[in-house]
Design a protein around this ligand. Structure first.
Ligand code: CAO
Length: 475
């Protein structure tokens, strides 16, 4: 009997709890309505003063060279606290690569590691691992782009990290995804070649070409940043972390997808927007290199402008956009092309692109690229000057928007860096200089990880955060 009573009591407690939680759900649903999908009420603070987008997110940054650092720099610009872990005495290899100022961190490093904090930790030292364990517990995301297997060899397997911090997101860049090449080390140009960019870049008569835009490294870093932010968003619902993997081959292919489009179009006939179609050169089995042909539905080409004989960048990209064809004909002085059957329609023009661009070039050669830009834009004709890096570095409007930023560095002085190309109206970009090697080691040990002064002194003598003493090693 007593047992029955107890059971009934338990049941009614359970029912009461269920009712309470149902009320909670109803309450949540009504507040959801009031506040918009359960989000906090809109801030009353002026735009730009409600903190940064990723404020409160802490990143354990194990990245090096370019792909990973691009990702974590962007997250730092968005407000994340990025703690870059570097090997004591050495650091990210790029600190010393392509050095222009003696004894100062290279621009390679400084332009990819702004707004981060640097801590030196030897991950293969027992005390170093102890520090890393604390960092894992306090960070939201671990980002790395080591060679395949290196993170596991450090002991930081997914199972290990996930057990220490089930909320941790582990994000990696690798050269290739699972498959025959997954164990390979990869650099930028390898990814450009394996992702389909090189075979489709350059001129038909020449060899495959890599592009100066770092679509393998920086491009994959950008993909990874999106994966991390998505995983952080999903974690709000699930409460747990996950792995994020971006293979450089995949990232390049994603950026080269229009060429995979063209590969499939080839089955149905020649690619009529390529000049080679008009020139009567047959297509092979794969998408050819298209020179400066436009990758879209509106034919385009690079045209010489005044001064091209001496200035390698005196050129303009010109697009014969169909809706403004009549304006193009009037501006270049060929009004009869508006109605002539060989030129009046986009289809009729396709086999004559070489002739058409030749004629437009006769016109653009009479003016500078900036004069041409001004003139064509008055008529809504899409075109763009070929800008040299010098012109970009000096461009006032890019400085005004914060896309090009000058920062001051303790050992190299002022340098230009690329700021945040993504503009958020409520989250100003936080663009600051890169850290010196280990500049924030003590700060992070004490303020983030809570080590006392005596513990820090002990860590220092242990060798976990300092470079090995060469004289001792030699003796
Ligand atoms: N403490 C102790 N050891 C550390 C350390 C630290 N803080 N940081 C790194 N190391 C160790 C690693 O554990 C690894 O050691 P093991 O090989 O003995 O396990 C070692 O440093 C070197 O790592 P790595 O193999 O990643 O570096 P690498 O110079 O040989 O290769 C790269 C460089 C870029 C080819 C390779 O990292 C890679 O393929 N990464 C993935 C793809 C990628 O991001 N490529 C883009 C590079 S940008 O062009």
């Amino acid at each position: 009997m007593a047992n029955k009573k107890q059971k009934n009591g338990k049941k009614s407690k359970v029912r009461a709890a269920a009712k309470k939680s149902a009320r909670k759900v109803v309450k949540l649903a009504s507040s959801t309505k009031a506040n918009g999908n359960g989000l906090p009420k809109p801030s009353s603070k002026p735009y730009g003063q409600a903190g940064l987008a990723l404020q409160g997110v802490r990143i354990l940054d194990f990245t090096h060279v370019q792909s990973g650092p691009t990702c974590t720099q962007l997250l730092a610009y968005m407000g994340a606290d990025v703690i870059k872990v570097e090997r004591p005495g050495a650091g990210d290899i790029t600190r010393g690569q392509l050095r222009d100022v003696p004894n100062a961190d290279s621009l390679y490093f400084t332009m990819l590691n702004g707004t981060k904090r640097s801590i030196t930790i030897d991950s293969k030292h027992p005390k170093g691992m102890e520090i890393l364990n604390r960092l894992i517990k306090t960070c939201d995301v671990l980002v790395e782009n080591f060679a395949p297997g290196a993170l596991d060899r450090m002991g930081l397997t997914w199972d290990y990290v996930h057990k220490l911090n089930p909320r941790m997101i582990v994000a990696s860049v690798k050269g290739f995804g699972p498959g025959p090449y997954e164990d390979c080390k990869v650099y930028e140009n390898v990814a450009q070649c394996a992702g389909g960019a090189a075979s489709t870049t350059g001129f038909r008569e020449g060899p495959p070409l890599v592009t100066g835009a770092q679509i393998g490294d920086s491009g994959t870093g950008l993909h990874l940043a999106l994966g991390i932010v998505s995983a952080l968003y999903q974690r709000i619902r699930t409460g747990r972390g996950q792995r994020v993997l971006c293979a450089m081959q995949d990232g390049v292919l994603n950026l080269t997808r229009v060429k995979l489009r063209d590969q499939q179009r080839l089955k149905h006939g020649p690619l009529t927007e390529f000049r080679q179609y008009g020139e009567g050169v047959p297509f092979g089995v794969a998408v050819p290199r298209g020179g400066n042909d436009s990758g879209g539905g509106q034919p385009g080409w690079i045209l010489k402008c005044k001064g091209w004989e001496n200035d390698p960048d005196a050129y303009l990209y010109f697009i014969t956009q169909a809706p403004v064809w009549n304006e193009i004909c009037d501006v270049i002085g060929e009004p009869e092309w508006k109605t002539h059957p060989d030129f009046a329609t986009p289809k009729a023009r396709l086999p004559r692109l070489t002739q058409i661009f030749g004629r437009i070039e006769q016109f653009t050669k009479t003016m500078t690229k900036f004069e041409a830009m001004d003139l064509f834009n008055k008529h809504d004709i899409p075109c763009g000057p070929i800008l040299s890096m010098k012109e970009i570095a000096d461009d006032e409007s890019l400085r005004t928007t914060g896309t090009v930023v000058e920062v001051d560095h303790p050992t190299r002085g002022k340098y230009l860096t690329v700021g945040n190309p993504i503009k958020l109206s409520d989250s100003p970009a936080d663009v600051r200089r890169s850290p010196l090697l280990g500049e924030h080691t003590e700060e992070i040990l004490s303020k983030v990880l809570g080590y006392s002064a005596s513990q820090i002194a002990e860590i220092k003598t242990s060798g976990a955060i300092t470079a090995p003493d060469k004289s001792k090693a030699a003796a």
